[in-house]
Structures are given as C-alpha cells and as structure tokens.
Unconditional design. Sequence first.
Length: 93
Amino acid sequence: MKKLKKLSVGLIPFVLKDACGNQVHGVIEISESGIAFHFDGYGDKCTVDGAGKPLWVEVYEGELRVLAWSDINLEEPTHTISMEASKVSNRQD
C-alpha cells in the first residue's frame, strides 16, 4: 500500500463555498495529537470565540475517529464517529 505524504505541524487556511456563493472561512490545525477544524463564526463550549474547534480527528487507543461538537452549549462532543469500518481492508468484493 502506498503511504500518504507526512504533513508537518501547522495551520492551513481554507474557504468553503456553495453553489449560491455563500462561504465559510476556516483553518485546519495539524498537531501531533490530531487535526482540528476551525470555522469562522463556529466554536465549542470550552474555548473563547474565534478559537473553537468543532471538528477534531484523532487516533484514540489505536482507533481513527472523528469528534464533532454540533451544540456549542455542550462540553462533551455530540458525535464520536469511528472510522474503523472504512478501512480498505474491510472492502467486500
């Protein structure tokens, strides 16, 4: 299997746009412990405005997972999605 190129720790700005021209600016923050997605105007309960990370990707106890805070008033993630079933080794022909 081909390995993905290693990304260095850092920040990557981006803009998401829909067909109507609406857009959301954001930053992807890559660290040793995970990947955080910041979006202008969105956040989570435990951070100040402008610093929130409503999406987080991590490896936890060997399992790749995505955490989402879809309610800014809740401290714990509202969704924790295991990515284990999406492993290439699980593909059925």
